[in-house]
Design a protein around this ligand. Structure first.
Ligand code: DX5
Ligand code: ZN
Length: 211
């Protein structure tokens, strides 16, 4: 059964969105941290906001770091009700060091991969991480259209994971709605933002993805 992680990025009132999401069957909240360097946009820099979201939420947070300097961003996430911290394969920092740092904090670790990056570059890390975050849009903003070849990438990754008896999960992020959800059915978790948080009936939208 596919799980839903809801991105709060495009919500006009994030705390009230969390309160409404508490009545739905989502599994996680997805926090898109942006530093204005790895991507142009700047988002979720205020830790008080993240802590407040964490207090109000009934589900754990998944942190998606779209930042260049991952190692200096990690400490601020200590002691929160976090399921996983994910950073990008495309950063210039040492990947293995950051994987260890996330695991030492007691969280699961994900690696995100942009649509234009060769998927095979992630293979050497798959036995060391818990999750792959496959981007189905260019990172930086919500509300974009799902990039169709993501579907083939999910199948490719899944085959590789099965063949090598790995236990890493596949999460897909961007452009997912009731029309595109069928394209990601082989993934474990779907990140869904604007389709849910820009609607006036969260329960109905979440159920339309889980049916
Ligand atoms: C894009 C973010 C996504 C995005 C999802 O950089 O990583 O999480 O906000 O939003 P939608 O569902 O609107 O594409
Ligand atoms: Zn994201």
């Amino acid at each position: 059964m596919m799980k839903i992680s809801t991105s709060l990025l495009d919500s006009s009132d994030r705390i009230s969105s969390v309160e409404k999401l508490n009545f739905t069957d989502i599994s996680y909240l997805h926090i898109d941290v942006m530093d204005g360097k790895f991507v142009n946009n700047v988002q979720f820099q205020d830790m008080d906001e993240i802590k407040r979201i964490n207090e109000v939420s009934l589900v754990k947070l998944q942190v998606h770091l779209m930042v260049e300097d991952v190692s200096s961003y990690l400490d601020r996430f200590c002691g929160l009700n976090i399921e996983s911290i994910t950073f990008h394969l495309e950063i210039e920092q040492d990947i293995l060091m950051n994987i260890d740092k996330v695991h030492d904090m007691g969280y699961r670790c994900g690696i995100a991969i942009c649509p234009d990056t060769d998927i095979q570059l992630i293979y050497p890390y798959l036995d060391k991480i818990d999750m792959i975050l496959l981007m189905s849009v260019i990172p930086g903003r919500g509300g974009q259209s799902f990039i169709l070849d993501t579907k083939d990438k999910i199948v490719m990754l899944k085959n590789y994971i099965d063949k090598n008896s790995l236990s890493v999960l596949i999460e897909v992020d961007g452009g997912i709605n009731d029309k595109t959800i069928s394209l990601v059915k082989d993934a474990d978790v779907a990140v869904v933002g604007s389709y849910i948080v820009k609607s006036d009936n969260y329960i109905e939208r979440v159920n339309s993805l889980l049916d």
